[in-house]
Design a protein around this ligand. Structure first.
Ligand SMILES: Cc1cc2nc3c(=O)[nH]c(=O)nc-3n(C[C@H](O)[C@H](O)[C@H](O)COP(=O)(O)OP(=O)(O)OC[C@H]3O[C@@H](n4cnc5c(N)ncnc54)[C@H](O)[C@@H]3O)c2cc1C
Length: 184
């Protein structure tokens, strides 16, 4: 793989050294597998570049936030994408309609510290809520001891903006019947 070309097209950082790869070879599970490389991306363009690079080089991407998964979800032999460093912003709080737009690398408890001023909170809680980030909570559909009352993450997820395997952008959310028929 042409790592030099990849690094030159990224705003963030690419690591292929063995120390960094060893650091990212595990999560909170018992599994261990050395990734090919680790990227700490910056900005949306880096993510599109990584998706295109992985497709062209027939390798996989392993998005990672806090890495507290218990079943090896962020362990693998592809390229680990560490979203915890540059994607931790709250983008919009809309108290009238009751939603908040966030980036995937915001820690769940930090989000609630921010929301406290509006008198609302993001309900799903894991035991690891002071580390776990929203991207990982969506990936795992995380919930906690109050899930009987509050439900799990998917019950609070309104829309997700993603990058598909061909590098195009797509949003997923619920649609009404009229909208569904117009899509078809
Ligand atoms: C001691 C302990 C207690 C725990 N207790 C609970 C509990 O009470 N309830 C519970 O539900 N879980 C629990 N967990 C598991 C884990 O902490 C949670 O599921 C947590 O929410 C995962 O968040 P994370 O940021 O660590 O995600 P990660 O482990 O980093 O990632 C989780 C998944 O999300 C995917 N992902 C992350 N970011 C993105 C992104 N930007 N795009 C696409 N995919 C992405 C990853 O690829 C992975 O598949 C516990 C774990 C430990 C170690």
């Amino acid at each position: 793989m042409n790592w030099n070309t990849l690094q030159s097209s990224l705003q963030g950082d690419l690591f292929t050294d063995s120390t960094t790869r060893k650091l990212y070879a595990t999560d909170a599970s018992a599994y261990r597998e050395l990734p090919l490389a680790v990227v700490i991306p910056k900005g949306e363009k880096d993510l599109i570049t990584l998706v295109n690079f992985a497709r062209e080089n027939k390798t996989s991407l392993i998005p990672r936030t806090a890495g507290t998964s218990l079943a090896g979800q962020v362990v693998g032999n592809g390229i680990v994408i560490d979203m915890s460093k540059h994607y931790g912003k709250v983008l919009e709080v809309n108290t009238e309609e009751g939603y908040v737009w966030v980036e995937p690398g915001i820690v769940r408890d930090d989000l609630n510290k921010h929301l406290a001023q509006y008198g609302v909170f993001f309900a799903p809680e894991t035991s690891t809520a002071n580390r776990a980030m929203i991207g990982g909570m969506i990936g795992n559909n995380s919930c906690g001891s109050n899930s009987v009352v509050y439900g799990s993450t998917r019950e609070h997820l309104l829309e997700v903006r993603t990058i598909l395997a061909d590098g195009s952008k797509a949003s997923f959310g619920s649609v009404g019947t009229d909208q569904l028929l117009s899509i078809q």
